[in-house]
Design a protein around this ligand. Structure first.
Ligand code: NAD
Ligand code: WQD
Length: 338
């Protein structure tokens, strides 16, 4: 049961490779190492006992991608994580985002169809919902105009997949992640933001460890109980496990439609201040934070209705906020102790 994991040395990809190997899948990773390092494959090997094969190249390279699929035409499925993901950067460099996120997807799907490989799991995002009219947001909610070029790449990618599936060549499951946080319990793999983090939890842990002086809380005048914005944070290992279920569902012909879409969230929304309070509780530290103005492009509140994925996939996020934050904190401490 050989699976290609693109972006497999990245944050969510590496945790998914661990879960796939734990379930007996053979994994080949393709990653350009644009936002990760080759030693992650060693770390995965330390966790699972098997170092996955890693091929380093850019999936935007059509020739290399075609050659890869020719050499691996026995693949049973693909999990496609490889993409750029910084929302702010995508506003400054839209072409870089459209090119990377869409060309790589097209090349991967071309390689699959040319070699009769049918199953692709795609990393989508709750960003496709924008600010939903109804909360919790279900898969049936309308897609809103994207807030950023990054978000637009996810919307367009879902359309490209849908059209390709309709042509009869592929089956696909798109997983719309809410806000992944946390790290593997071994603290051997986790999120490695390059430069100043954009996301809340890495910024909190980097502030607490002394890398940043203070964290800004973006806005306390939202229409929420404490005025700060609400998100559905989900542990990366819970997220990773859903990918194994999705690929298994495809391989074993358990899909109800040729293109299925699932939310991956916990169904619980937490405010920025609740996340900070959780951090202070589990770390027993005081966090240096200050309230500042809203961040441009941020939505007020979003959390998932995970009923469809709970029922159809038989999957449920298990870890609570404190556990997630504790694992992020353990990872940060481990990282900086070297
Ligand atoms: P990440 O940056 O840690 O991992 C992505 C990996 O893909 C990196 O290792 C990078 O080097 C690689 N990559 C990028 N472009 C490539 C290319 N052209 N060819 C080969 N490799 C390439 O990101 P992540 O957080 O693990 O995200 C994985 C996927 O999940 C992405 O598609 C992202 O858009 C999506 N997603 C992430 C979040 C989040 O908050 N982390 C939320 C929703 C969706
Ligand atoms: C969470 C909350 C911030 C940093 C992003 C992408 C989304 C998806 C997940 C990929 C917000 C607040 C943050 C800080 C803060 N990624 N915050 N101070 O913006 O919900 O989602 O990652 O698909 O597409 O947009 O996540 O972690 O950046 O922010 O107050 O220093 O924390 O305003 O309310 P976000 P985030």
């Amino acid at each position: 049961m050989k699976i290609l994991v693109t972006g497999g040395t990245g944050y969510i990809g590496s945790h998914t490779v661990v879960e796939l190997q734990n379930k007996g899948f053979e994994v080949v990773i393709v990653d350009s190492l644009f936002n990760s390092t080759a030693d992650i494959a060693d770390k995965i090997g330390m966790i699972t006992g098997t170092k996955p094969t890693l091929e380093v190249f850019d999936l935007c390279d059509q020739e290399k991608t075609a050659d890869f699929f020719k050499r691996h035409n026995d693949l049973r499925g693909v999990i496609h994580f490889a993409a750029h993901k910084a929302v702010g950067e995508s506003v400054e460099k839209p072409l870089m985002y459209y090119r990377n996120n869409l060309e790589s997807l097209i090349n991967v799907m071309q390689g699959m169809t040319d070699n009769n490989i049918q199953n692709i799991v795609f990393s989508s995002s709750c960003t496709v919902y924008g600010q939903p009219d109804e909360l919790p947001v279900s898969e049936k909610a309308p897609i809103k105009k994207a807030e950023s070029p990054y978000g637009n790449t996810k919307q367009i990618a879902e359309e490209i997949i849908s059209d390709t599936v309709s042509s009869g060549d592929l089956h696909s499951i798109a997983l719309r992640y809410f806000n992944p946080i946390g790290a593997h319990e071994t603290a051997l793999i986790g999120e490695l933001p390059i430069g100043v983090p954009n996301n809340l939890v890495p910024f909190i842990t980097q502030t607490a460890i002394g890398l940043r002086e203070q964290i800004s809380v973006f806005g306390d005048d939202y229409n929420t109980p404490d005025g700060t914005a609400i998100r559905d944070y989900i542990h990366v290992v819970d997220l990773a496990k859903a990918h194994v279920i999705a690929i298994d569902r495809m391989i074993n012909n358990k899909m109800k439609k040729d293109f299925e879409i699932f939310n991956l969230g916990t169904g619980n929304g937490y405010s920025v201040l609740e996340v900070i309070q959780s951090f202070e509780k589990v770390s027993r530290l005081k966090l240096n934070y200050k309230i500042v103005g809203r961040r441009e492009g941020d939505i007020e509140k979003v959390w998932a209705n995970p009923d469809f994925s709970n029922k159809e996939l038989g999957w449920k996020a298990e870890q609570g906020l404190d556990e997630m934050i504790a694992s992020s904190w353990k990872w940060e401490q481990e990282l900086r102790s070297k």
